[in-house]
Write a protein that binds this ligand. Structure first.
Ligand SMILES: [Mn+2]
Length: 289
């Protein structure tokens, strides 16, 4: 099992082009993987790509990519022209990801994020179009050696996939071996009867795993049963990455989109955030020694 952390723990904007500065930081904290955001990648220059790749190689850091697709990038959109332009955008993203040796894209890749429920949704029809969209996107990703993680979200953020059970049914319908289920303890806490059972349900289909407390603090600072979770991951022989996705500070688009309306960091400085992340990592690793 590898351990990662999402750069946005330290950031307030999604389109940060400053991923580079987090490579050595997370390596020094003991992580194996830095998760970055896909948003700016299609516009990366060759020198941007080379800079990040060289730095990651030197630090021994693997890069994974997370993405909350905007409406214009919804592969299951009602409007066919949106599905078409979304595919073109993903092709450009995959091209850059491959050069960064970033082999996993996780998030609501089957839909867009967050859903605007004021417009109304039709789960059954949206599900079908999303499956069809992933049947198109999956093989394209595979050409670049990329696995797609279908992140299961809570009901307030998406309507198509809310549970591990739905996720498994969805990826079975898609029927591509690089289209996998992705779980996140923050969302599981809201939707699953049992966190361990959800991991067992996902089983061999589990491709990526996000961790965070119920309020998105770092693991070990709340009431999620981490020992049970880490044991369940071991029981299903999960070989992927356990990636922390903490959000503890207000402000910017990150704070707004994640709905962080109070400071959960205890007014932490950057070095205090670093220290807390390192401590959380040691805590998780210590649970399954
Ligand atoms: Mn997540």
């Amino acid at each position: 099992m590898k351990y990662g952390i999402y750069y946005a723990y330290w950031e307030q904007q999604w389109d940060s082009e400053g991923f580079l500065k987090y490579v050595n930081k997370v390596a020094n904290l003991g992580f194996d993987v830095l998760e970055i955001n896909g948003t700016p990648l299609p516009e990366y220059s060759q020198s941007d790509i080379k800079g990040l790749k060289t730095c990651a190689n030197a630090a021994g850091i693997e890069i994974t990519t997370g993405y909350g697709p905007i409406y214009e990038h919804d592969m299951g959109a009602v409007d066919q022209s949106i599905r078409k332009s979304a595919l073109e955008w993903y092709k450009r993203l995959f091209h850059v990801m491959e050069q960064l040796d970033s082999r996993l894209l996780g998030g609501a890749i089957y839909s867009h994020w967050p859903i605007d429920y004021s417009k109304g949704v039709n789960k059954e029809e949206d599900w079908k179009r999303s499956v069809a969209g992933m049947q198109i996107l999956g093989p394209v990703a595979k050409e670049h050696g990329i696995t797609l993680g279908m992140e299961i979200l809570n009901r307030f953020e998406n309507h198509i996939l809310n549970t591990a059970d739905e996720g498994v049914r969805f990826v079975k319908e898609v029927g591509q071996d690089n289209v996998k289920v992705m779980l996140d303890t923050f969302h599981m806490n809201i939707e699953e009867d049992s966190l361990q059972k959800a991991i067992h349900t996902a089983g061999q289909y589990l491709g990526h795993f996000h961790v965070g407390e119920c309020n998105r603090k770092l693991p070990g600072n709340g009431r999620i049963p981490w020992k049970e979770i880490m044991e369940a991951l071991r029981e299903v022989n999960y070989q992927g990455c356990v990636t922390m996705e903490p959000f503890v500070r207000m402000g910017g688009r990150v704070g707004e989109d994640i709905k962080v309306w109070r400071d959960l960091s205890n007014n932490a400085t950057e070095s205090e955030l670093d220290e807390a992340a390192g401590k959380s990592l040691l805590y998780l690793k210590g649970l399954i020694k």
